[in-house]
Design a protein around this ligand. Structure first.
Ligand code: PXP
Length: 236
């Protein structure tokens, strides 16, 4: 199973001070060197974390696979065609949300999405569509010629009880099996962490997991001791 690391949160930390550090481009290089199979970043309409210049520089340094998450808009298609990530993941986007809250409703935007996918694929970019674990959505993704579906694991990650977790897990498993049978490659992500990822890795149809918040959170804490030692040494 491949791992795509989402580095948006590095840019979120930088934007808290609107300064130059931490640099998401440096993070992309470290993730690549550490063995990530791909780097994921989301260029949002409001540029709240990753910005256009970050994306340009990230494209230059990523030697594995660059997966650009973006809304299905004309502006983003123009940027993707110019940047040429290996993969584009189409996600729904609402300005007021803290993070991507659910999958795309493919059926309601079928003609528009088919056109966007055609334009991206004509530029040599593979297209993934972020969807809830819902068989109808998967049928629609196959019908509009997507290459990949990324199954939203957020409801599984947020489930409060064991029975709810099991139910959400089964939805993901069924969706993954159906998607693979429909000829789609299968990825999954959102809300996965060091505790809940293991069961998901047992779903054989899933080829790749995209994980961001939990990895960056752990990096902050595992790196904190050295950061304090370095500063203490400097000022003493
Ligand atoms: N996949 C998609 C489509 C996403 O939008 C995100 C969040 O940016 C992720 C995966 C990663 O989610 P998390 O940061 O919760 O690991």
């Amino acid at each position: 199973m491949r791992l795509g690391v989402n580095i948006d949160h590095v840019a979120t930390l930088r934007q808290a001070r609107k300064t130059y550090e931490p640099d998401p481009v440096a993070a992309a290089i470290i993730c690549d060197l550490a063995g990530a199979d791909g780097i994921v970043c989301h260029l949002r309409e409001d540029r709240r974390h990753i910005n256009d210049e970050d994306l340009r520089r990230i494209r230059e340094v990523v030697k594995s696979t660059l997966n650009l998450e973006m809304a299905a808009s004309d502006e983003m298609v123009r940027i993707a065609v110019k940047t040429k990530p290996e993969i584009v993941t189409l996600v729904p986007e609402k300005r007021e949300e803290l993070t991507t809250e659910g999958g795309l409703d493919v059926a309601s935007h079928k003609d528009h999405l088919r056109d966007i996918i055609f334009r991206l694929k004509s530029a040599g970019i593979k297209v993934s569509v972020f969807i809830d674990p819902d068989i109808e959505q998967i049928k629609q993704c196959a019908a509009i010629d997507a290459d990949i579906v990324e199954i939203h694991t957020g409801h599984y990650a947020n489930a409060k009880t064991t029975s709810e977790t099991d139910e959400e897990f089964e939805r993901i498993r069924h969706a993954a099996i159906y998607a693979e049978k429909s000829g789609l490659s299968v990825c999954a992500g959102h809300g996965l962490n060091y505790h809940n990822v293991k069961d998901i890795t047992e779903i054989e149809e899933i080829e790749e997991l995209n994980i961001g918040h939990s990895i960056i959170s752990r990096a902050v804490l595992t790196g904190l001791e050295k950061a304090v030692r370095d500063m203490a040494e400097l000022i003493r």
